[in-house]
Design a protein around this ligand. Structure first.
Ligand code: 5AD
Ligand code: SF4
Length: 442
């Protein structure tokens, strides 16, 4: 009888990709993936540590899972929270038997064997050679593939736990990334998303990110190449040129800004000024007119003055992002921010008010930009059924979500649609019939 495994994933796309690798590793050892924890022989929770509330959710979830597990099932915690807390997790939750960090997933089959015999273990050593090259990822997403190209991070932004949980930066060999791209194309997928913590600093010893974009973009059968997340400082002219000159690379950049104030960026150790960020945006837009641009912004970082926050709002207005993920600062144990003077702490009420003001500004701009695009025609890839109604969720090359009416057989296909409506954030669109061929927006 084969044993079953269920992995529940929290956090970023790197975790989604890691879960696919874990499923792949376990499948090669005879495990069958299942869709829920009930009745599974092994349940793994792949966790995120980026903010306090991400960890609280996992702690709560572990309590629920404890009730759902069948007797004798092995419960493990993997990912960033496992790496950060290590043996402390075994002490806080007595039902947890395995705590496995991002570089130790190869050991999962043996560790699970030990746990079945009653062991409770932590495996959190970093392994700078580990790229899981021989593991065949078990992908669940039907139309696009996440491909990790770089693990870890060598920046030291003072708020961020990632360098602690994912260790030093290392890149996969370009040839390996190309090989994996060819494999996913052979399986019928046409879009890849290259993943790395600061993905455009990719360097495999011979090739940089510009080489990687050109090589992956030239794979036969690939139609869309995306990547996330870049760091503004690693946008060399070579990388921007490679992006602009490779037709398969989508004209969208998610460019984390974090703050619009130079003094704040300095305390965050982001290594760029407001002007340098703006310059990066200008260079990208000059090379790719019509570029979709999204960002990440943190409010309430220690010492944030009214003036610094006003600078963030004004930079958002100046750049006019298509969209932004906004976050309330969360103090993470072990980050340099913990060594800042306690009187720099921003009161919750102030953070809440600034967050609301920022979100209002971001949404207002998004809405204005999107309203201005009604009537436009563009190519979309049908990704999946939408959550509501009998609609399909599609994605434009510049990363807009477009809902279109149609049968599920269209999933995986490319359509030309006209944007007919917007909620402010997402669009509705109608199919432009093939007998009226139109130039595609790109
Ligand atoms: N508190 C709040 N937001 C954070 N991020 C990273 N660390 C923290 C933190 N300690 C945000 C950044 C990053 C995104 C993935 O999460 O904006 O780009
Ligand atoms: Fe964290 Fe900064 Fe590295 Fe991004 S670049 S993972 S924010 S330390």
């Amino acid at each position: 009888m084969t044993r079953t495994v269920y992995i529940e994933t929290y956090g970023c796309q790197m975790n989604v990709s890691d879960s696919e690798l874990m499923y792949g590793t376990l499948q090669a050892s005879g495990y069958t993936p299942v869709e829920g924890p009930e009745g599974a022989d092994v349940v793994l929770v792949n966790t995120c540590a980026i903010r306090e509330n991400a960890e609280q959710r996992v702690i709560g979830r572990l309590g629920e899972l404890r009730r759902d597990l069948k007797p004798g099932a092995v419960l493990g915690v993997t990912g960033c929270m496992a790496q950060r807390l290590g043996p402390r997790l075994l002490a806080t939750d007595t039902r947890v038997q395995l705590v496995v960090g991002p570089d130790a997933y190869r050991m999962l089959p043996q560790l699970i064997e030990g746990a079945r015999g009653g062991d409770r273990v932590t495996a959190t050593d970093f392994d700078l050679e580990e790229h899981y090259e021989d593991v065949v990822a078990r992908r669940f997403e039907g139309v696009k593939a996440w491909i990790p190209v770089q693990r870890g991070c060598d920046y030291r932004c003072t708020y961020c736990i990632v360098p602690t949980t994912r260790g030093p930066e290392r890149s996969r060999k370009l040839a390996e990334v190309v090989r994996e791209t060819q494999e996913v194309v052979a399986q019928g997928l046409t879009e890849v998303i290259l993943l790395g913590q600061t993905v455009n600093s990719y360097h495999d010893g011979t090739h940089d990110f510009a080489d990687l974009l050109r090589a992956v973009g030239a794979v036969d059968g690939i139609r869309r190449v995306r990547y996330t997340s870049p760091h503004p400082n690693d946008f060399s002219d070579r990388v921007i040129a490679a992006m602009a000159e490779t037709p398969t690379v989508c004209a969208h950049v998610h460019l984390p800004m974090q703050s619009g104030s130079t003094s704040m960026l300095k305390r965050m150790l982001r290594r760029y000024t407001r002007e340098e960020y703006l310059d990066c945006v200008a260079r990208l837009r000059a090379a790719m007119p019509g570029l979709g641009l999204t960002t990440d912004i943190i409010v309430g970082f220690p010492g944030e003055t009214e003036e610094e926050f006003a600078d963030t709002l004004s930079l958002v207005r100046e750049v006019r992002f298509d969209d932004a993920f906004t976050f309330k600062f969360s103090l993470r144990e072990g980050t340099p921010a913990t060594r800042m003077p306690p009187e720099w702490t921003i009161p919750d009420a102030v953070i809440d008010a600034r967050y609301d003001a920022l979100l209002g500004t971001v949404r207002g701009i998004s809405r204005e930009r999107n309203l201005g695009r009604l009537g436009e025609r563009m190519e979309v890839l049908v990704e999946k059924e939408a959550r509501k109604g009998e609609l399909l969720q599609c994605r434009s090359r510049d990363f807009k979500t477009v809902l279109v009416q149609g049968p599920t057989e269209w999933i995986g296909r490319y359509l030309t649609v006209e944007l007919t409506g917007t909620t402010g954030a997402t669009f509705t669109g109608t199919l432009v019939p093939d007998r009226h061929p139109l130039p595609m927006a790109g």
